[in-house]
Design a protein around this ligand. Structure first.
Ligand code: NOJ
Length: 523
C-alpha cells in the first residue's frame, strides 16, 4: 500500500476538545475518509541519529591522530573482542563522511549526533599540541551537515581517552578535570560557531563502572569498589568545569547549550515489597543517580542511600574511611544546575530484586555495596545483544521518573536502538517493531508533560560494538565490511524512520516497497 492510498484523516492529536472533535468529523465527512486518531510529534521536535568516533571513523593512526585507550586495548589484548576485530577501519567514516551526510539527507534527519575523538585533535591529550588535520576533519563534517541544514549535536567524550592520559591515571587522576576542561576549550573554540548542542560525556556509568570494575570497557581495570567512585566524582566535576567554561566564555557569543548524556535504562522493582522497591532505587542510584543527582537534583550532592550503604560496607570491611564520600559544599554548589539539558540513552528495562537473581560479587565492589539481583524478563523479546530486550512502555517509565525526580528538565533522547545479527535480512521487521513501540512510548511521555525535545536513533549505520565487535548490528544502514569501500545500504527501518520524520506520526499501515533511498523521496 502506498502512502497516498491510505485513507486517514490526521486531525486528532493531543487532548481532544469538543471544537476539534466537531472540526475533525466535518473534515471526515468532506473527505469521505475513516477516522483514525493520530498523535503527532511537534514540528520542532528534533529527529536524528547518533554515532561515536571510535565506532565508525577508522583511520586509527592516520594524519597525526594519537593513540587512545581502545586502540591500545584491541592491539594489546585482542581476544577480549568477541569476534577478534578492531575499530582500526570500522565503517571508515574518516574517508566516507560525505556519504554519511548523504544518508542523513536521504533520511531527512533534523540532527546528527557524533563524537569527537580527543586524540585526533589533541594527539597526546594535552592542549599544547593541536593536530590541524584532525580539526579539519571535523570542520569538513560539520560544514557538510550545516550545508544541508542538519543540526550537529557533538559529544566531547565517547569513551576514547587518549592513551597518554590513561598512562597518567586517566579518570582516576584528579587532574583529569583540568585536562578535560582544556580539551573542551579547544572544541568550543574550533567548532562552537556552528555547533549549538554540546554533550560533555556519553554514559558515565559505562565509563566508570564498566571501565574500572565490571571489566566490560577500556581501560578494563580491576579497581573494584574504589576506582568506580573516584572516576565518577572526577567525571562529574570535569563535566561541571566544561559546562561553566561554556557558559561564561562561549555561550554569550555562540548561544548554544551544553548537557550530559546518561544511560537511563528503566530499573523496575520485581515486586511491590519495600525491599524490592529499595533494591531498585539503589540500582538506579548506583547506575545513574550518582552522576545525575549532583547536577539535576534540587539538593545537589550524591544520592543519600548509596552514600550510607558504601559508608557502612567500607566500615565493615576495615577501611579507615568510606570509599565514597559526598562532594564538599563548594563542589556541590559548582555542580548543581550545571546542564542545559539531560541527554538520555535508553534501550531497555531491567528488573531488580532484593533477594532473587543475585550473583557472587567481589568484595569490595560497587555491586557488593548495592547487593541486589537483577535480570531481564524472559518474556521480553531478545535482540542480538544480551543486555537489550524489548520492554513495554520503557521510555515512558524512565522519562516520567526523571520528570518527577528532577523537576522536569529539558530532555533529549540521545540514543535508542535495536541489535540484529550481521547476516540477517535488510527487511528488519523486529527493529521496526522495537522502534514503533519506542515511538508510541515517546508520545505517551509527551502526553504526560515530559519536556522531551528530540530523539536520536542508535545508530545511523552499523559500527564497532565495543567488546561485542561487529556481531550485533544497530544501524539504519547496513555496512558491507568485506568491501574496502564500506558500502552502506538502507534497511527497511530506515524508510520507516524517514516516513516518521517527514510526517511526524506513526503510520501502522505504511509498508515500504523497495529499499532504494534517494534524497528526494517524498512519502
Ligand atoms: C550506548 C553507547 O553509547 C554506544 O556506544 C553503544 O554502541 C550503544 N549503547 C549500543 O550498545
Amino acid at each position: 500500500m502506498t502512502y497516498a492510498s491510505i485513507k486517514t484523516v490526521n486531525c486528532l492529536h493531543g487532548p481532544v476538545d469538543m471544537k476539534s472533535l466537531v472540526l475533525c468529523l466535518l473534515a471526515v465527512a468532506c473527505h469521505g475518509s475513516t477516522v483514525k486518531q493520530q498523535r503527532r510529534f511537534p514540528d520542532d521536535f528534533l529527529f536524528g541519529a547518533a554515532t561515536s568516533a571510535y565506532q565508525i571513523e577508522g583511520a586509527w593512526n592516520e594524519d597525526g591522530k594519537g593513540e587512545n585507550i581502545w586502540d591500545r586495548l584491541v592491539h594489546t589484548n585482542p581476544t577480549v573482542i568477541q569476534d577478534l576485530t578492531t575499530g582500526d577501519v570500522a565503517a571508515d567514516s574518516y574517508h566516507n563522511y560525505k556519504r554519511d551526510v548523504e544518508m542523513m539527507r536521504e533520511l531527512g534527519l533534523n540532527a546528527y549526533r557524533f563524537s569527537i575523538s580527543w586524540a585526533r585533535i589533541l594527539p597526546t591529550g594535552m592542549a599544547n599540541e593541536i593536530n590541524p588535520a584532525g580539526v579539519a576533519y571535523y570542520n569538513n563534517l560539520i560544514n557538510e551537515m550545516v550545508k544541508y541544514n542538519i543540526t550537529p549535536m557533538v559529544t566531547l567524550y565517547h569513551w576514547d581517552l587518549p592513551q597518554k592520559l590513561q598512562d597518567l591515571g586517566g579518570l582516576i587522576n584528579p587532574l583529569f578535570t583540568e585536562w578535560y576542561e582544556d580539551y573542551a576549550r579547544v572544541v568550543f573554540e574550533n567548532f562552537g560557531d556552528r555547533v549549538k548542542l554540546f554533550i560533555t560525556f556519553n554514559e558515565p556509568s559505562q565509563i566508570c563502572f564498566e571501565g574500572f570494575e565490571y571489566m566490560n570497557k577500556a581501560p578494563l581495570l580491576n579497581t573494584f569498589g574504589v576506582g568506580v567512585y573516584l572516576c565518577a566524582k572526577h567525571l562529574v566535576l570535569a563535566h561541571a568545569r566544561a559546562y561553566h567554561l561554556y557558559n561564561t566564555e562561549f555561550k554569550p557569543t555562540q548561544g548554544g547549550q551544553c548537557g550530559i548524556t546518561i544511560s537511563v535504562n528503566w530499573f523496575e522493582a520485581d515486586t511491590d515489597s519495600a525491599e524490592d522497591l529499595m533494591a531498585a532505587e539503589l540500582m538506579r542510584q548506583s547506575q545513574w543517580g550518582i552522576y545525575a543527582d549532583p547536577i539535576f537534583s534540587a539538593e545537589g550532592g550524591l544520592p543519600r542511600e548509596l552514600l550510607d550503604r558504601v559508608a557502612e560496607k567500607s566500615a565493615q570491611q576495615g577501611f579507615p574511611r568510606t570509599r565514597l564520600s559526598d562532594f564538599n559544599e563548594e563542589e556541590k554548589a559548582f555542580i548543581k544546575g550545571a546542564a542545559d539539558f539531560f541527554g538520555v540513552n535508553h534501550y531497555t528495562t531491567v528488573k531488580v530484586s532484593a533477594t532473587e537473581h543475585k550473583q557472587v560479587y567481589s568484595v569490595p565492589s560497587m555491586l557488593d555495596d548495592v547487593n541486589v539481583g537483577f535480570y531481564w524478563p524472559e518474556e521480553n523479546p531478545k535482540s542480538a545483544s544480551p543486555w537489550l530486550s524489548m520492554a513495554p512502555n520503557s521510555i515512558y517509565h524512565a522519562l516520567t521518573h526523571l520528570k518527577e525526580k528532577y523537576n522536569n528538565p529539558k530532555i533529549y533522547i540521545t540514543e535508542n536502538g535495536w541489535a540484529t545479527y550481521r547476516n540477517s535480512s535488510l527487511i528488519d521487521n523486529d527493529r521496526i517493531t522495537y522502534y514503533r513501540a519506542a515511538w508510541e512510548s515517546m508520545l505517551n511521555t509527551l502526553d504526560a508533560g515530559v519536556n522531551l525535545k528530540g530523539y536520536m536513533v542508535w545508530s545511523l549505520l552499523d559500527n564497532m560494538e565495543w567488546l561485542e565487535g561487529y556481531i550485533p548490528c544497530l544501524g539504519l544502514y547496513q555496512v558491507d565490511y568485506q568491501d574496502p569501500a564500506r558500502t552502506r545500504v538502507a534497511r527497511k527501518s530506515a524508510l520507516v524512520y524517514k516516513h516518521l520524520i517527514k510526517n511526524r506520526y506513526i503510520d501502522y499501515e505504511y509498508e515500504p516497497g523497495n529499499l532504494t533511498m534517494t534524497i528526494d523521496d517524498g512519502f
